[in-house]
Design a protein around this ligand. Structure first.
Ligand SMILES: [Zn+2]
Ligand SMILES: [Zn+2]
Length: 343
């Protein structure tokens, strides 16, 4: 079967690998749609991010949906023919963090297409995937596989919003209007946010933020002082979601947050010299948001119930054989929001 394998920065190949078969408690899924994520792009361009480095060839991909082909003994929740969104996150269930309900911090996590551990956990951009039954979340037949493949990044956004909850009636800023930023807009809307402002350095992604429910968008590329008005009166925002990975955006956020406001950092890779006095005197809450756990099922439920329409974020769906062109398109924020591969 075909798989999309990163060998080194810039060296992305369509390789032939052995097709897996399901054992007890496992499900074999024919992958239909796979969304290219910012982390896939980090491996493609830089061979990783932060301390996470590619040390061996790795199949990329973790935003996937497909159709069940076969099930192993003991599987009861899905059957051949079912559409499923596949949860790429497999926590051990027994470590101290799993026991404490913090499965996203599992010390023995297996997350598809991640070089955090060695040997790396191979990813899901492949024709056939075998996963644990609990990872294959059934979606109703009326939901398209492209939409179901948004469950993973939407789960990330729902988790980020949960880190700042409750948002009912609150004034929210999202910095960075990439896929995660605009999905946070959708999630914040569902969570009852009052006013949502989104900033980015490009107009094209900001148009998607508006489509997902942002009230105001600010192009800080064209207007570097575009957020300065929100600094008045000790700040405007109850919560800022930093989804650009830019250190400058974190510093900006400290200026526009109200006392006791929450700065939720979702974007990775940046470095910032923080004005600690701003954190101290305005009692800012600095919080990270990493991956998700229960939010995966919530994301599937919201998509299935039509509570959000994420299809408008899909810029292109390209055949797996054109993976390199698809990755290049996904890297161009002026031409794409979410690019998916078809298998
Ligand atoms: Zn992702
Ligand atoms: Zn664990």
């Amino acid at each position: 079967m075909k798989a999309i394998v990163i060998h080194a920065p810039g060296d992305l190949r369509v390789d032939q690998v052995a097709a897996p078969t399901p054992g007890p408690g496992e499900v074999q899924v024919q992958i239909g749609a796979g969304g290219i994520c910012g982390s896939d792009l980090h491996y493609y361009h830089n061979g990783g991010f932060g301390d996470v480095r590619l040390k061996e060839p790795m199949i990329l991909g973790h935003e996937i949906a497909g159709t069940v082909i076969d099930v192993g003994p003991g599987v009861s929740s899905v059957r051949p023919g079912d559409k499923v969104a596949v949860n790429p996150s497999l926590a051990c269930g027994t470590c101290a963090y799993c026991q404490a309900g913090l499965q996203n911090h599992c010390t023995d996590m297996h997350f598809y297409g991640s070089a955090m551990r060695f040997p790396h956990v191979q990813g899901a951009f492949r024709e056939l995937l075998v996963c644990k039954e609990a990872q294959a979340v059934a979606v109703p037949s009326h939901v398209s596989l492209d939409e179901a493949a948004f469950a993973e990044p939407f789960a990330v956004a729902l988790h980020a919003v949960s880190r700042a909850a409750p948002l009912v009636g609150k004034t929210v800023l999202v910095t960075g209007s990439g896929p995660i930023g605009v999905l946070i807009v959708a999630a914040a809307r569902l969570a009852g946010a009052g006013t949502i402002v989104v900033s980015d350095i490009l107009d094209e992604p900001l148009a998607f933020a508006t489509a997902m429910g942002a009230d105001t968008v600010v192009n800080t590329g064209k207007q570097p002082d575009g957020l300065a008005g929100y600094e008045s009166g000790k700040g405007t925002f109850d919560a800022v979601f930093e989804a650009s990975g830019s250190g400058a955006a974190v510093i900006q956020a400290l200026r526009v947050l109200r006392p006791r406001g929450a700065l939720v950092c979702v974007g990775q890779g940046g470095q910032a010299n923080l004005a600690m006095s701003a954190v101290v005197t305005r009692e800012i809450e600095l919080r990270g948001a990493f991956r998700f756990h229960t939010e995966f099922r919530t994301a599937v439920d919201f998509i299935a119930a039509g509570r959000v329409d994420l299809r408008k974020l899909l810029s292109a769906a390209m055949p797996a054989d054109d993976a390199k062109a698809a990755f290049d398109l996904a890297s161009d924020k002026s031409r794409s929001m979410k690019v998916q591969l078809r298998f």
